[in-house]
Write a protein that binds this ligand. Structure first.
Ligand code: ATP
Ligand code: MG
Length: 390
């Protein structure tokens, strides 16, 4: 039966959390690969093994593994049973020879890890003997630093595994280790990256989007649905709340001075998101704010917005600039959707000269003239829930 070996990060595993961490990752791999027949995911000492049936395409298995947080690296692995009575490494050498890549490589190295100390050779002995054999049959030199090909050998409980093509995983902590948060997803470049970063730290993320209907088209909603669907690949199930915000904005425009409107919109969003988070049993709110990016994200305005929710606002991108965020959105695959043109509700009724230094006192005074409670209730009542599963 073919298999993959999956490695996780030891540092995250200190103390009593180790077992829990591994179990979460194993469960996530099982859920992620459940559509394929005959999948078996086992925790071995220091790594996880994913066994699958002959004929299941490696690309499908790989797709599930590389979307699992906690995975630091993984590879397609070949296995041989260990015969403790016979220390001959020839069968291993021959098996590796049969799998050597057909494409050219100029240099190689062998890297052995021996988790099973009953194995009669040390790691160094295995490296030397297998390396010498491969050198003899291929004529290629061993190069320890940056070789073209690394052959990984892992000796674990009764079995020797080897693999030729180790890939990087996403790292982070397995989904669900860090509870649930609610992310305000705008359809722009930043907030999907913020959501991804929290997922990577082990959070399950529920999404909330405020759209400008009936005054704007469905474009922002469609984008946000695509983004939520894309990110669901990492957590397998997501909930997205779509909140009509156009009417709320119109009322704010009618009853408040233009320069502070953006902050008033943001505070309304926070009130509604805070309620949703409570119902979702989330412990925090997430935004894609980056310090100083636009008027709503100056030091002063961030503070005034932060006064509103009961829950903490998490801003994983606060210290990043737009180039860094854009690069990350390209890496995680949300960029192309994020830059599709749309009409975000924030573009609706935007004042030409927003106040970049709003003061709490002035904002609270302006809010006295607004029917805050009714607006929150209307937002919650008209919320539409969309579910995604993967
Ligand atoms: P993004 O920050 O996602 O690229 P943006 O830059 O257009 O979009 P900003 O004006 O920077 O949005 O808004 C800051 C943050 O406020 C967003 O990252 C998002 O978390 C939240 N936000 C803004 N508009 C909305 C919206 N319409 N629905 C949900 N959240 C929003
Ligand atoms: Mg932004």
């Amino acid at each position: 039966m073919p298999c993959a070996l999956v490695h996780y990060h030891e540092l995250a595993l200190k103390g009593g959390n180790r077992k829990f961490f591994i179990q979460r990752m194993v469960q996530h791999l099982r859920n992620s690969l459940r559509h394929h027949n005959g999948i078996q995911v086992d925790s071995l000492p220091g790594r996880v093994k994913v066994s699958f049936q002959d004929g299941t395409p490696w690309t499908a298995i790989e797709d599930g593994i590389r979307h699992t947080f906690g995975v630091v690296n993984y590879s397609l692995a070949y296995s041989l049973p260990i015969d403790y009575g016979n220390p001959d490494l020839q069968p291993l050498c021959k098996a590796i020879e049969a799998q050597l890549p057909t494409q050219s490589f100029h240099t190689f190295r062998v890297t052995t890890k021996r988790a099973d100390k009953r194995f009669p050779h040390t790691s160094v002995e295995v490296n030397r003997e297998v390396g010498a054999y491969l050198h003899e049959i291929t004529g290629k030199p061993v190069q320890l630093h940056k070789p073209d090909l690394t052959i990984f050998i892992e000796i674990v409980d009764h079995t020797t595994y080897f693999s030729l093509n180790r890939q990087q995983g996403p790292g982070g902590l397995p989904t669900g280790m860090s509870g649930k948060v609610v992310c305000l997803l705008s359809g722009g470049i930043d907030s999907p990256v913020a959501a991804y970063r929290m997922m990577k730290r082990g959070c399950k993320v529920t999404f909330v989007h405020f759209h400008g209907r009936p005054y704007l088209s469905r474009a922002s909603e469609e984008k946000v649905r695509d983004l939520a669907k894309h990110l669901t690949r990492y957590q397998l199930y997501s909930r997205l709340f779509l909140i009509p915000f156009g009417e709320i904005q119109r009322q704010i425009v009618l009853d408040s001075p233009a320069p502070i409107r953006v902050v008033l919109y943001r505070r309304m969003m926070m009130r509604i998101a805070d309620h949703i988070a409570e119902k979702e049993q989330a412990w925090g709110l997430v935004t894609g704010d980056s310090l100083g990016q636009v008027a709503s994200q100056t030091a002063e305005n961030i503070q005034v917005v932060s006064e509103i929710p009961k829950l903490p606002i998490l801003r994983p991108l606060i210290g990043m600039d737009k180039i860094e965020i854009t690069n990350e959105s390209q890496q995680i695959g949300t960029f192309d959707t994020s830059i599709e043109p749309d009409q975000d509700c924030c573009t609706l009724f935007v004042p030409p000269h927003p106040n970049t230094k709003c003061r709490s006192h002035d904002i609270c005074k302006a809010e006295e003239g607004l029917a805050i409670q009714e607006m929150v209730e209307a937002g919650l009542k008209n919320a539409e829930l969309v579910e995604f599963s993967c």
